[in-house]
Design a protein around this ligand. Sequence first.
Ligand code: GLY
Length: 365
Amino acid sequence: MQIAVVGGGVVGLSVAWRLVSAGRRVVLVDPAPTTGASWVAGGMLAPVTETWPGEEGLLPIGSASLESWPAFAGELRSAAADPGLRTDGTVVAALDAADAAQLETLAEHLASLGREVERLPGRALRALEPGIGPSIRSGLLVPGDLAVDNRELLRGLHKANRQAGVDFVAASAAAVRGGGVELADGSTVDADVSVIAAGAWSGRLHPALGGLVRPVKGEILRLRGRPGALPPPGRTVRALVESRSVYLVPRSGGELIVGATQYEAGFDTDVTVAGVRDLLADAERVLPGTGEYALVECAAGLRAGSRDNLPLIGWLEPGVLVATGHHRNGFLLAPLTAAAVLALLDGRPHPAPVTDPARFRKGET
Ligand code: GLY
């Protein structure tokens, strides 16, 4: 049985690797695997700090996927490369009184879902992360929210897939049907089952996805500490700065990823002056030492948002599966997604039914 996976971002590569490891013959279609939104991502694995009122569905599936992460990272380390899983945890900081009130709302919401988080005054936050500036008034400690080096992970998955025999087809898909994938040049990749994992572009590949997947642009900056500057934090630092969200994710090589804006502006990937200005200014208010860092990269990517911002993982028709719509949580949900696709292919029950695209077909949402 041949499986075609369309999309070489974190979701497509994870699915392909899981399937080839389970003995399936896999072909992966993508003109430029490892690029796109996954290359731009912060790499946070953060089911708790990504949960907001109205998006509770993420917490159970995100927590379940996070539990698989140490084993997933360990398997990849043995097979190909270390993906740089960081287990230092996350702190969330609030700048002004309104930000502190918003964090308190989040803490109460999490408590109502059975997730207590530790509230910390600014002084205690600074004891944990000395680079946090004096104007931060309070925060939360969330030790279970982790991060991974997105680029090391993508390189590792690409290598692991090649080594395991996945056939990479460097082409753009135009449509996916029961018998395989139609490419933009008019040729076809035959497959018994095709898996649409093309992120924000997935909606163009199958009629059942029309209107279900939208691009949500995010910008990130890469900063690098310089001699004499304060070192980057040990943990991921998220913050609310005058109601804007910013996150700062350290990498082991000394870089600090700053993200991420969120715009609903179609397929535009320009990095805007205002986006960079806000991210830099907010980062500096949280970690004043970043003003001395080098700015090494600005980039934008397109997250794949679904109508409820939960993924779409399931059958669209016989021979066509979808695994997209991961919005802000592609890295977090990659192991769960790959396991779900394998289960569905094996005819086992859907391990995460909340993600089945049938929830929209029934007209419930
Ligand atoms: N996971 C964070 C983001 O999408 O910006």
